[in-house]
Each structure stands twice: as structure tokens, then as C-alpha cells.
Ligand binder design. Structure first.
Ligand code: ATP
Ligand SMILES: Nc1ccn([C@H]2C[C@H](O)[C@@H](COP(=O)(O)O)O2)c(=O)n1
Length: 235
């Protein structure tokens, strides 16, 4: 019978775009010796496959029919997370503007969510069995994917702070216009929060952390402390 290691810890980190989920989750997992799963990368990967294979991403029926075709594999080492689609490294292609603009439509299709949710649960179960646990980040991890997670964190930050962080990433490359960046992330959050199936939402038992005025190191420290408190409470 498959059982979780008694000390394994499952951490769910959700929140809107640019609140620091990936940076925080990776660092927390690395500090605590846990695995790490970026579920947004999986939705981006399936979106990239749809685009590459000529599927109209605004046609929910076409997306639903094709959803089972790509094979998506996530590597969960927080020091070097990977994502492949049909054996191809997708880490670069999934971060293009085209994928970013289409991922909300693809991830709103229920058949896509069912398949990806199953994949996420199997990765988390494996990490609980074979490692000390996992930090899983996304939009619906605490509410739907892992409702029994040991710790749920919901990160927030003002739209201004999130846009400034994103523009900072692009400096020297595309010199992003701050207002356009802010409008794009508000639009994506609205689509992700407004979809019918498993929308972006805070679980009732999640700890909310507003990161607007916090440095990344402070957020990491805060989440590490929350995990350690949970672990101590279980002894
Ligand atoms: N507390 C913080 N203070 C300043 N910058 C931060 C903070 N947290 C994250 N950042 C920076 O903001 C950017 C976005 O962070 P990150 O990618 O972790 O967010 P995210 O919530 O995973 O976004 P998305 O959902 O769009 O993938 C990164 O450049 C990161 O270094
Ligand atoms: N659990 C999740 C994770 C992500 N998505 C969708 C919605 C996001 O806009 C998109 C990309 O995520 P990001 O890489 O920006 O974190 O993927 C979702 O629906 N559910």
C-alpha cells in the first residue's frame, strides 16, 4: 500500500500573478529540503502545445478534445525545476508573451483542469512517499488540488507593486511600460478569478500574507516559520 512518510509536509502556496509565489516557493523548498512544483508552468506547457499544434486556444471544445494528447513532465528539484512537453524542454517557450496571453483561456477549460489536477496530485503524493514533502504553487492548490495540505498560504500584493516587480524583470530587454504591465496582470487575474472551474481563490484555512511592503527574503522567512510551526505542532 502507498503511504506518505510520517514527517512529510505538503505546502500549498496560491495567489495572483506577481505576488512572489514562484520565488518564495522555490526558496522555501530549497531551505527545508522539500520538492517544488510550479503548476502555472504546467498550464503554460499545455498552452504552448496547443499553439504549436494549431489548436485555436479560444475554441474550448477544440482545446478539450486535444487536452489529453501532450505528455507533460515536471522536474521538482527546487534548485533546477524543469518542464518538458513530449520530451522537449519547454522552459523557454512557455514564458513568451503569446503563451502568457493565451494561458488563461486554456486553463479555464474543465477537461484541461481535470488532467492537470490529476498530474499535480500524483506528483504531490510521490513527494510525500519518497521525499520529505513538497511546496506546490498556483491558483487553486489550497482550494481544489490539495485541500488537505498541511499548510496553505495565500500571497497578495498591490497591483502597483506587482507591476513594478514584473517591469524590473524586463528592464534592459523590452523596457516594459509600467501601465501596460499593470493592465495585463489585472486582466489575467480577472480571467483566472472569474472562470467557473476552480478559480483563483483563497482557501478558507489559508494564511494570507500581503507582500507589498515586504522584501522577498522577509516573505521566505515568514513562510519557513509557518512550515516549521506546523511541523512542531505535529510532534
Ligand atoms: N517581496 C518581493 N519584493 C520584491 N520583489 C519580489 C518580491 N517577491 C517576488 N519578487 C519579484 O517579483 C517578480 C515576480 O515574482 P514571482 O515570479 O515569484 O511571482 P509569481 O507570483 O510566481 O508570478 P506568476 O504567478 O505570474 O508566475 C520576480 O522578479 C521576483 O524576484
Ligand atoms: N494552479 C494554477 C496555476 C496556474 N494557472 C493558470 C492561470 C495563470 O494565469 C497561468 C500561468 O500561471 P503563472 O505561470 O503565471 O503562475 O496558469 C491555473 O489556472 N491554476
Amino acid at each position: 500500500m502507498e503511504t506518505a512518510a510520517p514527517s512529510a509536509v505538503i505546502v500549498a502556496i496560491d495567489g495572483p500573478s506577481g505576488t512572489g509565489k514562484s520565488s518564495t516557493s522555490k526558496a522555501v523548498a530549497a531551505k527545508l529540503g522539500l520538492r517544488y512544483l510550479d503548476t502555472g508552468a504546467q498550464y503554460r506547457a499545455i498552452t504552448w502545445w496547443m499553439i504549436s499544434n494549431g489548436v485555436d486556444t479560444d475554441d474550448a471544445q477544440a482545446v478539450a478534445i486535444a487536452a489529453g494528447k501532450p505528455s507533460i513532465v515536471s522536474g521538482t528539484d527546487p534548485a533546477a525545476p524543469t518542464i518538458t512537453v513530449d520530451g522537449l524542454d519547454a522552459a523557454g517557450p512557455i514564458r513568451t508573451q503569446e503563451v502568457t496571453s493565451k494561458v488563461s483561456a486554456v486553463s479555464a477549460v474543465p477537461e484541461v483542469r481535470t488532467l492537470i489536477t490529476e498530474l499535480q496530485r500524483s506528483i504531490a503524493a510521490e513527494a510525500a512517499r519518497e521525499a520529505d514533502g513538497i511546496v506546490v504553487e498556483g491558483r487553486d492548490i489550497g482550494t481544489t488540488v490539495l485541500p488537505d495540505a498541511d499548510l496553505k498560504v495565500f500571497l497578495t500584493a498591490s497591483a502597483e507593486a506587482r507591476a513594478a516587480r514584473r517591469s524590473g524583470e524586463l528592464r534592459g530587454k523590452e523596457a516594459a511600460d509600467l501601465a501596460a504591465t499593470k493592465a495585463a496582470l489585472i486582466k489575467r487575474d480577472a480571467a483566472d478569478s472569474g472562470r467557473k472551474t476552480s478559480p483563483l481563490a483563497k482557501a478558507g484555512d489559508a494564511v494570507e500574507v500581503d507582500t507589498t511592503e515586504l522584501t522577498l527574503d522577509q516573505v521566505i522567512e515568514c513562510v519557513v516559520t509557518l512550515v516549521e510551526e506546523k511541523r512542531a505542532g505535529r510532534k
